[in-house]
Design a protein around this ligand. Sequence first.
Ligand code: PRX
Length: 633
Amino acid sequence: MKPFHLNQQQYQEMYEASLANPAQFWDDQAKKYITWFKPYDNVLEGSFLEQNIRWFKNGKLNACYNCVDRHLPAKANQIAFYWEGNDPNETSQLTYQTLFTQVCRFANILKQKNISKGDRVCIYLPMIPEAVIAMLACARIGAVHSVIFGGFSSEAIKNRILDADCKMVITANIGFRANKTIPLKDNVDEALESCPNVKNVMVIKRNETKTLWHEKRDFWYHDALQSVADDCPYEEMDADSPLFILYTSGSTGKPKGILHTTGGYLVYGAITHDLIFNHQANDIYWCTADVGWITGHTYTVYGPLTNGTTSFLFEGVPNYPTPARYWELIDKYKITTLYTSPTAIRALRQEGDEWLKNSTRESLNLLGSVGEPINPEVWEWYHEKVGNNQCPIVDTWWQTETGGILISPIPGITPLKPGSAAWPFFGIQPDILDDKGQICAPNKMGKLVISQPWPGMAKTIYNNPERFFDTYFKDYPGYYLAGDEAKRDEDGYFWVLGRFDDVLKISGHRIGTGEVENALLNHSSVAEAAVVPVPDKIKGESIYAFIVLKNDISVKDTLKQEIIQSVRKFIGAIATPHYIQFATGLPKTRSGKIMRRILKKIANNDIKDLGDTSTLADPNVIQDLIQNKLPLK
Ligand code: PRX
């Protein structure tokens, strides 16, 4: 077991200092973790209430410089990334020196295509090294990246590109996922039919698969590389200038473009990566998250690179070619830290322990979990079977909006309780509030809020500061409202149960009920739709949809499949409803609002007490819904 960063006394002192004098604490951390070209004038100003929070005012830095250039004197030949493709025979590695050159060349291509500071660039790529290179190249020249997960459909891409008004798209001709291929470029082509402002599409060639070619717009990455220089100056960016936009789901239909800025985000990503993952010089660190999600941004790319880490990057999935893949990779690359999702752990546990037999996993010394609650029995399996009872597990609670981990054990310090994300990180002050805004007694469920700003917090929702305020700051003035239900136990441990708003967590992926409902309504036969979550042994939650068909439509065998296809086309396969129940009507209030609370109870067979139904416009619909309820698998 390697030594832990902090001992109990250091932890205690740092924790107390972070609460007693946050400005001093974050000043120390900002200087320790980040190279600034120009010092900031002020560590923190503003408040949640006034919506004028500014971290590290007037400080100048560059995220790419902090992730790459500054490591070169000491670490030019150190591996930044080992990479393995979906196909186990496809591998590569990048040293910090080669990463530097490739990022510079990539950035020069962007500049050749007229991308400059402040422009938005969409990245829609598989988990290949070029995805990281593209993000860093944008950061280098001050362009703002908007990464879209490769599982999203053309419609989802279109909406995100239009919202951020991207000028350029970076994609690959094709992606691989287990034994399937994903037509990434075709999806982009379809999306761009409605995005006239995208003038250039850079295409990375994954294999010889042909794609439609738009001569004026499309170009191959490998061709463009021929004519660019190996060096590219970085932009000096303001601490408060945008680093990226990342779309995530909220309670209404339209995904939110969460905007993160440079200084605070980078400081927070670096310190949390360092202390929560107990980062050390000879780590081989593996965060399995795709760069299409926030975990991929902060803990696959920016956090580890700021700390000069050697990481492993993986294009594939846990069960291809066999469910031993993760375990074999851990031995092959001598992975020391594995950070993954409860969904992946549950799926691999279900495959059986025999898949673990041909690996020792003795290189591991730390395990992490993120994205959804981890069931205690799954935690135990992860600890005992995967980690050979040798590795602490950091169950990390955070969100796209928080930029980095807010609640997590610190390895070597926090006694672990399976299923709890444990204690707040330095400088973080969470509370549990009841509906009246009073702090809940220990063990009482309530709404999770954060009462002080932290450096990693999102700046705003792109082009929509009102929605930012309304979503997170309006209901409980003076607090950041996370959207989760949680309790704090008598030892101060936080237990996060899940969302209380209309946000679903399917395999850890965040999807809004409103988005899925819009996708369902997009089908010509659907008159009304409502979706609710039901528990799923592997995915955590799955989608149960109630659908009212238009008057003249009768149910035929193929209709469910057609409707599912419509959702896949509108959002992507991750939003596929698992259950579709056709209904004659939905429970609505007299003002027409669908009462999802009742539908959730019906879908979950919790029909003894449906709560207050006195406001229903037509109480008769309930009986029909109950009678036709589908059994849960
Ligand atoms: O409900 C919480 C859940 O994931 C939500 C945030 O989702 P997203 O923005 O996609 O970011 C996921 C990766 C950081 C939260 O509101 N969540 C995240 N981590 C945990 C969790 N729920 C319980 N335990 C966790 N460790």
